[in-house]
Design a protein around this ligand. Structure first.
Ligand code: ADP
Ligand code: ZN
Length: 721
């Protein structure tokens, strides 16, 4: 037999099938070691066949089989994913494996246990330790070897082993993430609206289902019911959430419902945990893969349903090669398995909602909250007026008053500001210079806790300056309030309040998010200040007030999606308020109170927002009525990058000249952020009215990639910096 192998080298030149003589145990899906160009590397067996196209005498043999990590489904999707995203098949295969596994850095963890074999053995009386260990083993016939030695001494335990009284066996130990999280949530009876949605999804002929339910409408319960149904049919499930929605509540609900059947995959896990959870899914021991973006590649077979919660969330677009779109992959997998893909959101992306209204997706609506309560009232605070009144704190009078009320009533509040650190930038008041990162074209953020400047792009840290690096002036001003400063000012304002802060700086470590959210859920703090991490997913019944400090921030990005983002953000953050019995309030601070996006958000008018937005997109020919394509050219040496850019540009210009009717825009330029981590960034930006030229654009652009200059293509990038 001949094995068709893809070698684990992500390079277009070796992106093809190599043939090897199969050895015993080689099957499709196996990871094997093969000789390649004078060394031994890993590869994946795609197929087996009789005979070979090559001279059988020259055919090299597979050296050994490592394991069998790839499912049949994976093998059948590799080709289409690789051609869809124009990347080597080896890169696609890597998505299906935890990276730690590839490098062989983690293995299964085994523990030695002592197993009592002979319960009647006679131990000489003078061997006291042996006798004690023997007596102990009568009650604990399987016990950890190391722990047993700790209690009774290694000599005694080994003596028992030598006599054959106990045998030492290896037992697999599973590293379970969040093992401290207990499930408590009871199974609930679905409301009529929830049942109707579940039934409707079951009957629908369409693969993709869009569940559009306001915040607090009970979407999660619907997901859990659909998963339970899949399990009852002997099938498995995938449950995708944005990284930041992997909250303690989510875990405890899943544990309560599904126990160990749920396996969690996300970047916060240790390598060992990730490996074990992945293995549990691969062997079928676990039936539900729960995780962020990358869990869409979970090794789950026989899938009964795929859930993709908070479908509008930007984190579903991969920002490293291959730049896949999670919903697209999920849809491929749903079609392969003949199951449904359920997208859920309170604020579906405009693209998705258009498909639902046009009938491509089945649309289900949950317009009411579970508690039938009203949506929280959103009070607009005009910050221009506050400034005129001489208020130069980040808090409007309205927010201050509501915070005091909330505290007095023993409720909790959330304050949202999407900017971490103390001050976003440091500006010299004498020459106007902004302090920038040495490696990136961005301003540095002042962090008060470490008294340093940090670059939020590359993570570099700099000592705080006492004078301007440009002119030596000593009058530096801090602009753009961040979460640290907000907390400090809140403490002055409300000295009695207990405050927690949640942002990238406070959530490092494996269970960093979890710890903060747990404290807040246990009401060990009155106010939670945070960045977008706190915007969604969380369900804290005692939160009755949400303050949005700077609702305009996302409006001012020069991005066609800024209106959509702002609407989503305001709705999501507001949705954290008043989820239980008590009515919720939101104070939305803005310098632009008349803005139509905010008006729609204040009235929870998604339909109104959608109609308006979609007509703007149509008349200006932006996505989903056009496709934005950005070819990035990134390199450390500016000269080399420019050379590559020239090549890319002229090649694409030929396409442009030949198909002008397909182009709404075509130009080359510096990227808005000209340099990140010492790499210069140039781009060719296009807007296409038709997708048919995409493959040609990819092919032409990617061929200019060199060792020093990276070239990649982004479609409708979520971040144009
Ligand atoms: P969403 O995901 O739509 O924002 P959730 O699923 O978090 O909403 O539900 C909101 C609240 O309602 C949660 O506290 C949840 O426990 C509760 N809930 C959901 N479904 C039911 C039900 N059928 N009966 C009682 N409470 C429910
Ligand atoms: Zn930097």
């Amino acid at each position: 037999m001949t094995a068709e192998v893809i070698v684990d080298i992500a390079h277009s030149e070796v992106d093809k099938i190599f043939e090897y003589r199969a050895i015993e145990g080689v099957k499709p899906g196996c990871r094997v070691r093969v000789p390649f160009g004078g060394r031994t590397i890993e590869g994946y067996v795609m197929r087996l066949k009789e005979g070979s196209d090559f001279d059988p005498a020259k055919l090299k043999s597979v050296l050994s089989v490592v394991d069998e990590p790839l499912t049949e489904e994976c093998l059948s999707l590799v080709e289409s994913i690789s051609s869809r995203y124009h990347c080597p098949k080896a890169l696609v295969l890597r998505l299906f494996l935890p990276s730690e596994m590839r490098k062989g850095a983690v293995r299964e963890l085994f523990k030695t246990i002592a197993v009592l074999k002979d319960g009647t053995a006679e131990i000489p009386a003078r061997a006291k330790a042996q006798a004690a260990a023997f007596a102990f083993l009568q009650d604990n016939p399987r016990f950890g070897y190391t722990e047993l030695c700790d209690r009774f001494g290694r000599g005694a335990v080994n003596a028992l082993a030598e006599k054959g009284v106990i045998s030492l066996e290896k037992e697999r130990v599973l590293r379970t993430p969040y093992s401290g999280v207990q499930g408590q949530a009871a199974e609930r009876t679905l409301t009529p609206a929830q049942s109707a949605a579940v039934e409707n999804i079951g009957k629908s002929e369409k693969t993709v289902q869009l569940l559009h339910g306001v915040t607090g409408s009970g979407k999660t319960e619907i997901y859990l019911t659909l998963i339970a149904k899949a399990l009852a049919e002997g099938k498995n499930a995938i449950f995708l959430v944005p990284e930041i929605s992997l909250t303690p509540q989510m875990f405890s609900q899943l544990r309560a419902r599904f126990g160990d059947s749920a396996a969690i995959l996300h970047s916060g896990l240790s390598a060992g945990e990730k490996f074990d959870e992945w293995q549990r899914l691969r062997t079928g021991e676990a039936k539900i893969a729960v995780g962020a973006r990358s869990a869409v590649f979970a090794p789950v077979e026989n899938i009964g349903v795929i859930i993709l919660d908070e479908e509008h969330d930007g984190s579903y677009a991969s920002e490293t090669a291959p730049r896949y779109n999670t919903a697209e992959i999920a849809e491929l997998r749903a079609k392969y398995n003949g199951c449904k893909l359920v997208l859920g959101s309170a604020t579906p992306s405009v693209d998705t909602y258009l498909k639902a209204t046009e009938g491509e997706y089945n649309l289900l609506k949950l317009p009411e909250r579970i508690n039938k309560g009203p949506m929280p009232e959103i009070i607009i605070a005009d910050m221009r007026r506050e400034v005129r009144r001489g208020n130069n704190t980040p808090f409007s009078a309205a927010l201050r008053e509501e915070l005091e009320n909330s505290l007095a009533e023993g409720n909790q509040a959330i304050i949202f500001l999407n900017r971490r650190g103390w001050a976003q930038s440091v500006v010299c008041r004498e020459c106007g210079a902004v302090v920038k990162c040495a490696q990136c074209d961005v301003s540095l953020t002042y962090h008060s806790e470490e008294n340093c400047l940090k670059c939020h792009y590359c993570g570099a840290t700099y000592k705080m300056l006492s004078a301007c690096p440009e002119c030596g002036g000593v009058h530096l001003s801090y602009t753009g309030t961040g979460t640290q400063k907000v907390v400090s000012q809140l403490k002055e304002l409300l000295p009695q309040a207990r405050i927690l802060r949640m942002d990238v700086d406070t959530t490092s470590g494996k269970e960093g998010h979890y710890k903060i959210l747990k404290q807040f859920a246990e009401h060990k703090a009155d106010i939670l200040v945070g960045t977008q991490m706190i915007a969604k997913g969380h369900d804290f019944p005692s939160v009755t007030l949400v303050g949005i400090l700077d609702a305009d921030m996302s409006l001012h990005f020069s991005d066609y999606r800024s209106g959509e983002r702002t609407f989503q953000l305001v709705t999501q953050v507001s949705g954290r308020s008043g989820r239980a019995e008590e009515k919720g309030k939101v104070v939305l601070q803005t310098y632009d109170p008349e803005n139509y996006i905010l008006r729609f958000a204040v009235n929870y008018d998604y339909e109104g927002f959608f109609k308006h937005e979609i007509s703007v997109r149509k008349s200006t020919a932006f996505p989903p009525f056009a496709k934005i394509v950005r070819v990035m050219v990134v390199g450390e040496e500016e000269k080399k990058a420019l050379e590559v850019l020239k090549g890319v540009y002229f090649s694409l210009q030929e396409v442009f000249e030949a198909h002008r009717e397909d182009f709404l825009f075509f130009n080359k330029m510096k990227s808005p952020v000209k340099r990140i981590q010492n790499k210069f960034r140039y781009q060719v930006l296009m807007r296409l009215s038709d997708e048919r030229l995409l493959p040609e654009i990819y092919t032409r652009a990617l061929q200019y990639k060199t060792r020093d200059v990276n070239v990649y293509v982004e479609e409708n990038p979520s971040n144009l910096s």
